[in-house]
Design a protein around this ligand. Structure first.
Ligand SMILES: *[C@@H]1O[C@H](CO)[C@@H](O)[C@H](O)[C@H]1NC(C)=O
Ligand SMILES: *[C@@H]1O[C@H](CO)[C@@H](O)[C@H](O)[C@H]1NC(C)=O
Ligand SMILES: *[C@@H]1O[C@H](CO)[C@@H](O)[C@H](O)[C@H]1NC(C)=O
Ligand SMILES: *[C@@H]1O[C@H](CO)[C@@H](O)[C@H](O)[C@H]1NC(C)=O
Ligand SMILES: *[C@@H]1O[C@H](CO)[C@@H](O)[C@H](O)[C@H]1NC(C)=O
Ligand SMILES: *[C@@H]1O[C@H](CO)[C@@H](O)[C@H](O)[C@H]1NC(C)=O
Length: 363
């Protein structure tokens, strides 16, 4: 085979072999890097034969768990009604699966011998904030993924290990963030807090997250657009809150905001500053299920605009294009306007000059 062709095939297929998506933890998939020896839950599902694993694997393995020989550093203890962490966790483990049990808390020192831990999955338990000691996790210096979606936390855990890259706390009962909770998480790129009870965000709450990329605050009780968010955020999800508007400066501090979701709030045009979305880095803007009567002014760089189920009555081209010319036109590919008070024949004749590269319009 031609060497170039082989290189091409390898470079196309390489990433496919190397990474796969695993189960969906809090709505954002987890990418598995097989080159790092990261285990896959999906590939083992329905193929678990606990007795067989125990018979062929001579390594120590707590009785409550499975230790598949092909993932020597992983410990599978998920969905088995555990009320306490298994005793004597082997020090070799890097990947600990404990989701879907009945854990409410931890005894002190349970993680004393597991300093190699890289992933800790605690989704769908009933963990209470008062049963999490402040220093419980702080010695886990290699921990990169901490998943605690669907628990009973009322606060963001304190003493989080500084090497964390992903922290998933979606669907808990978190009401407030203690100041400095995220202070030293200089490697954190993903933070899920959707489905909690946050009402306000104060200045110190998100301090110390210099490379945060994705922040999900959907389905909380926010009444005003949160200020003082990390400027590095590129994907900001705020759907399902109680926002009524945005002022001119809400989005100005971000360095490169690309995806903004504001669906299912109570946004009205009169509370929306005309330059609120004047952010040229924006690629996708979701304003569906609000109370808008007009199309807000958006940058021409925008590619996806969702406005379905509002009260929009007219199509104002100037919201999408300030001027129309050889290089000045809207980059919109998808425009959704269905579920409004408008019909296709209401589109003004000049709309096609503005929306030159549109793939789909829904009215
Ligand atoms: C940690 O290891 C030490 C020494 O092997 C042992 O005495 C102790 O019980 C272990 N602790 C836990 C929580 O497993
Ligand atoms: C963390 O490590 C320090 C030093 O090794 C030790 O003194 C302390 O007891 C450990 N804390 C926990 C909660 O394991
Ligand atoms: C956790 O919260 C659920 C409701 O969300 C409740 O039914 C359950 O009793 C709580 N568990 C504990 C241990 O408080
Ligand atoms: C953060 O990530 C960098 C690069 O991967 C690494 O060198 C550093 O040790 C990490 N920081 C912590 C506190 O783990
Ligand atoms: C949008 O922002 C640019 C600078 O980024 C500025 O020049 C322009 O006047 C703004 N437009 C509006 C309508 O505020
Ligand atoms: C369209 O929007 C522009 C700027 O927002 C406004 O000045 C103009 O009056 C609007 N046109 C119609 C027909 O509503």
């Amino acid at each position: 085979m031609d060497v170039m062709l082989l290189v091409l095939i390898l470079s196309v297929c390489g990433p496919v072999w190397a990474t796969t998506i695993d189960m969906d933890y809090g709505g954002v998939p987890l990418w598995i890097n097989r080159f790092l020896g990261e285990p896959s839950v999906l590939s083992l599902r329905d193929r678990m034969e606990p007795g067989w694993f125990r018979a062929v694997n001579t390594q120590s393995c707590p009785l409550e768990c499975d230790c598949p020989i092909q993932w020597p550093t992983a410990l599978y203890c998920e969905h088995r009604g555990l009320q306490h962490l298994p005793e004597g966790l082997p020090s070799r483990i890097q990947y600990l699966f404990l989701q879907g049990n009945a854990l409410t808390g931890f005894n002190s020192g349970v993680f004393a011998n597991t300093s190699s831990l890289r992933w800790l999955f605690l989704d769908r338990n009933q963990i209470l904030s008062e049963r999490l000691e402040p220093t419980l996790l702080s010695n886990l210096t290699r921990l990169v993924n901490l998943f605690m979606n669907h628990n009973n936390l009322t606060e963001v855990p304190t003493g989080l290990p500084r090497g964390l890259k992903q922290l998933r706390l979606a669907y808990n009962h978190i009401e407030k963030i203690s100041p400095g909770a995220f202070q030293d998480l200089r490697n954190l790129t993903l933070l899920l807090l959707q489905g909690n009870r946050l009402k306000t965000v104060s200045e110190a709450d998100f301090k110390g997250l210099p490379i945060l990329n994705l922040l999900d605050l959907s389905h909380n009780n926010l009444e005003t657009f949160p200020k003082h968010l990390p400027p590095s955020v590129q994907q900001l999800y705020l759907s399902g809150n109680d926002l009524t508007g945005l002022s001119e400066d809400c989005l100005q501090d971000f360095n490169g905001l690309r995806y903004l979701r504001l669906s299912r709030n109570r946004l009205k045009n009169q509370d929306l500053a005309s330059a609120a979305f004047n952010v040229t880095s924006l690629v996708e803007l979701d304003l569906s299920y609000n109370q808008l009567t007009q199309i807000p002014v958006v940058p021409t760089s925008l590619q996806y605009l969702y406005l379905e189920v509002n009260h929009i009555r007219e199509f104002n081209v100037s919201s999408l294009c300030r001027t129309v010319g050889p290089t000045s036109y809207s980059r919109l590919k998808i425009l959704r306007l269905d579920g409004n008070k408008m019909a296709y024949h209401q589109l003004p004749p000049d709309w096609v000059y503005c929306l030159r590269v549109l793939h789909n319009i829904y009215i």
